[in-house]
Design a protein around this ligand. Structure first.
Ligand code: LLP
Length: 446
């Protein structure tokens, strides 16, 4: 049947069935809720994988590292590998998940602003392909560990280029005041290049920058590329070496609501290449191998969170208007983004046809906190009722990954749908799971 589902927001294989129910990759969400319970993350596997392929094709000849921090499970790491992408991890724990999935360590890069000795050593032991060095102390620690192991890791230096970008705007002169990277303006980036080149135990292969997240305006990348190529030129002039790799990080935005207008991946890739090629031509440099690190743009849109509606409460606002608070059985523990960033989301009635969209509503969770909001402003059918299912779109990135056990809620399961079938990837956490870590609980069981 005709659908109200904006294809830029909902998973590629989302449709409405005969009762108006939401179907994801041919699976009726009522069946998913019955089998796996709610709340539940449902990921459209083919959609996730096709986004991997789209990035790979758009950046043919470059390296696309999927940013694991957005969302990672063992199975997801396998999808990423099968689609030919590399992987960006930023903790020893993410690395362990990737290795458990059998991810080829040569295609893993290791990030982090405060890597421990144990993490760096684990990265060397695994033989990760690249380590993105974030500070002088790390550079020295890494060199020492590499010498002990008799290896010579390939490294990039993370450069703070003085650009901060989010959604619609970017600031190109500020933002040195943060924890990541070597400052370009302050001279640390130049000094770090010199030190790394002088260090026999590491192999400096390039520069890295990451300017922000959920970016629509590609101007920020343009300024970052301009400044990084400037540094490549300075390095050539000072040290007679052309560093062969340039990693421009992640940050490409996605549409959460209808007003969002993110860049198309193919256009973005062409633009980025164009900028780097032109800047290198001006500087008289060969074009380095590019790398990018998309997280949200791959993981976000293929996933939907399913909730069961519970308490419904109309509240009279100043001026007499009514806002109806629609409570669901999850909340800020499975999606902290609304509370933390004021993020906007799209939701829909998922178990039946909506007769109208007449109710001015706010979707809230079940946590003991008034900031526990899932969708701040939305219109829902006026007959929405306890027991209905609600689906929230674009919850694949930074939702499960940032989930908590606040109020002792177990984190929801992850279900993959594909070709009419649903498959559990990660099961729901139970209160028994949580009590297993509480040593008092095992005392009293004896
Ligand atoms: N590379 C680096 C070095 C990063 O720090 C990040 C994200 C990425 C790549 C991936 O960025 P993406 O393509 O996903 O925008 N929790 C926030 C987002 C934090 C992003 C942190 N770094 C949120 O929920 O919006």
């Amino acid at each position: 049947m005709a659908t109200d589902l904006d294809p830029r927001i909902w998973p590629r294989h989302a449709t409405r069935g005969p009762d108006g129910e939401l179907r994801l990759a041919g699976v009726d969400v009522r069946d998913i809720a019955a089998e796996f319970g709610t709340p539940c993350y449902v990921v459209d596997e083919a959609d996730f994988r096709s986004r991997c392929r789209q990035w790979r094709a758009a950046f043919d000849g470059a390296t696309v590292y999927y940013a694991a921090k957005a969302f990672l499970t063992v199975e997801v790491a396998r999808w990423v590998a099968a689609e030919g992408l590399a992987l960006d991890v930023c903790t020893g724990e993410e690395l362990a998940v990737a290795l458990r999935a059998g991810f080829d360590p040569r295609h893993i890069e290791f990030h982090g602003n405060n890597k421990s000795e144990a993490e760096l050593d684990a990265a060397l032991r695994a033989g990760v392909g690249r380590i993105i060095v974030d500070g002088f102390s790390e550079l020295r620690m890494l060199a020492r560990l590499a010498a002990q192991r008799g290896v010579r890791p390939r490294i990039l230096l993370r450069v703070t280029v003085g650009v901060e970008a989010h959604t619609h705007e970017f600031i190109a002169t500020a933002h040195e005041d943060q924890k990541f990277g070597f400052s370009l303006a302050g001279g640390d980036a130049h000094a770090a290049v010199k030190e790394a080149l002088g260090c026999p135990d590491v192999q400096l292969v390039g520069l890295h920058s990451h300017i922000g997240s959920q970016i629509f305006d590609t101007g920020g990348f343009e300024v970052a590329a301009h400044r990084l190529v400037g540094l490549l030129r300075d390095v050539r002039d000072a040290h007679r070496i052309e560093l062969p790799e340039l990693n421009l990080g992640g940050g490409v935005g996605v549409a959460y609501v209808a007003e969002d207008d993110p860049a198309d991946v193919t256009d973005f890739a062409a633009q980025l290449r164009g900028i780097v090629t032109a800047e290198c031509a001006t500087a008289g440099l060969g074009v380095p191998t590019l790398a990018v690190e998309p997280g949200r743009a791959i993981a976000g849109p293929p996933t939907v969170t399913l909730y069961r509606v519970g308490a419904i409460k109309p509240v009279v606002l100043d001026g007499g208007a009514v806002r109806t608070y629609v409570s669901v059985d999850g909340g800020m523990s499975d999606n902290i983004r609304t509370a933390l960033y004021g993020a906007a989301y799209t939701c829909t009635l998922a178990n039946r046809l909506a007769r109208d969209g007449g109710l001015r509503a706010r979707v809230v969770g079940r946590h003991c906190e008034s900031g526990d909001i899932v969708v701040r402003d939305t219109q829902l059918p006026s007959d929405i009722a306890d027991g209905d299912l609600l689906a929230v779109a674009v919850t694949g990135a930074y939702c499960r990954a940032m989930a908590s056990n606040y109020n002792y809620l177990g984190r929801p399961p992850v279900v993959a749908v594909r070709d009419g079938k649903a498959r559990l990837l990660v099961r729901r956490e139970t209160v028994d799971d949580l009590l297993r870590f509480d040593l008092g609980a095992s005392d009293s069981a004896e």
